[in-house]
Design a protein around this ligand. Structure first.
Ligand code: NDP
Ligand code: GDP
Length: 349
């Protein structure tokens, strides 16, 4: 039986990947942060909480990474843990550099010293491209031009992965994943912020939705399909880097329009622009060319934009309805504070 170690198993991708690998017959180990109340709702939501072996790991502490790798003795490591929110990286640029960047070296150093046969997946991102292009599609050869502390940290992780591959022969790959969403997406990301607000507005629980830059365009795919690529990349004969995307870009404005349409409302009556949600620097346009993944991994996106929006809005609607009926189930939204109340440098009026 193969063994996999997933860092960040409590996150969106970690939870879906854990489910996928369990279905493939893997023994799955997952790292989580020691918090006073750890965040296991996604694993519970997918019904796999008791099937994953959990290991507490602090990514700033190499000895805890060492312990996790010694304890799990993995064949494959999927390194997904990160400070993953671009907006927060402007507030916490140093911690983001440490957790989303330097921690990649910490893990790869342990791999190199403990067992260089372990295969390693690095969660790289379309944010690496930053404002490299304002049209066309981005592929593995397009130059990177990061536009946030998050992207700079991930650029470091990207190159560290390639360096350990070339210098030490470690099977280390970068998945350059474009935005991917689902009902398990964190509430601070724009897609889930919208789907959650649309559900609440439709049920009379909320009156408005405040957003930042409506003009930015993203290539949004469906997260459960994207975690399959992570596994596929580690099953190849040679390590390589791959873009995973849908090849379509849509604006935040379009996402709003589509989401409100699903509940029969006009988005313009509810959405307003609030400068608190504008970033000091934003990425205007991301659209990926997944042809290498199609040719070499045999992977293609199945869920496109409209279907994705529908899945997210319907699931949030369903959850709020269950909640109104007094049902108790693992879920993030009821305890999430209104973003307008959170004071940070970029979000202050
Ligand atoms: P999430 O934010 O949902 O999950 C991030 C995970 O990292 C969580 O398990 C979180 O723990 C953990 N984590 C955060 N900070 C720390 C820390 N200081 N120490 C240890 N663990 C920590 O992200 P996704 O699942 O969406 O993304 C997975 C990876 O893929 C990330 O590296 C992200 O940057 C990258 N990525 C994501 C894309 C997307 O569109 N989703 C696109 C491209 C790349 P906790 O649950 O306790 O917060
Ligand atoms: P990102 O692509 O990883 O930064 O994913 P996000 O979902 O956080 O943001 C996607 C785009 O939506 C960015 O261009 C944001 O500036 C834009 N956006 C507009 N309004 C909001 C908002 O209220 N919250 C977030 N998170 N993003 C917003």
């Amino acid at each position: 039986m193969k063994r996999a170690l997933i860092t960040g198993v409590t996150g969106q991708d970690g939870a879906y990947l854990a489910k996928f690998l369990l279905e493939k017959g893997y023994e799955v180990y997952g790292t989580y942060r020691r918090l006073s109340s750890p965040n296991f709702w996604r694993l519970q939501y997918l019904g796999i909480f008791d099937k994953v072996n959990l290991i507490p790991v602090d990514l700033s502490d190499t000895s805890s990474i060492f312990e996790a790798i010694k304890t799990s003795e993995p064949d494959e490591i999927y390194h997904l843990a990160a400070q993953s929110f671009v907006g927060a990286s402007f507030e916490q640029p140093i911690a983001t550099g440490d957790i989303s960047g330097l921690a990649v070296t910490r893990i790869l150093e342990v791999v190199r010293q403990v067992n260089p046969e372990i295969k390693f997946y690095q969660a790289s991102t379309s944010e690496l491209y930053g404002n490299s292009r304002e049209e066309g599609i981005l592929n593995e050869e397009t130059p990177f031009r990061p536009a946030s502390p998050y992207a700079a940290a991930k650029l470091y992780g990207y190159w560290t992965t390639r360096i350990y591959r070339d210098a030490y022969g470690i099977f280390a790959v970068n998945g350059i994943l474009f935005n991917h969403e689902s009902p398990l997406r964190g509430l601070e990301f724009v897609t889930r912020k919208i789907s959650n607000a649309v559900a609440k507005i439709a049920l009379g629980l909320e009156k408005e939705l405040r957003l930042g830059n409506l003009e930015a365009k993203r290539d949004w795919g469906y997260a459960p399909e994207y975690v399959e690529c992570m596994w596929l990349m580690l099953q190849q004969d040679e390590p390589d880097d791959y873009v995973i995307a849908t090849g379509e870009a849509h604006s935040i404005r379009k996402f709003c329009e589509t989401a409100f349409d699903i509940v029969g409302l006009d988005w313009q009556e509810y959405v307003s622009v609030d400068k608190r949600f504008m970033r000091p620097l934003d990425v205007k346009y991301l659209c990926g060319d997944y042809s290498k993944a199609k040719n070499k991994l045999g992977w293609e996106p199945r869920t496109k934009f409209k279907k994705l929006v529908e899945i997210m809005v319907k699931e949030d609607l369903n959850r709020w309805e269950r909640w109104l009926n007094g049902e108790n189930f693992p879920w993030d939204a009821p305890n999430y504070p209104s973003e307008v109340k959170i004071l940070t440098r970029t979000l202050r009026t």
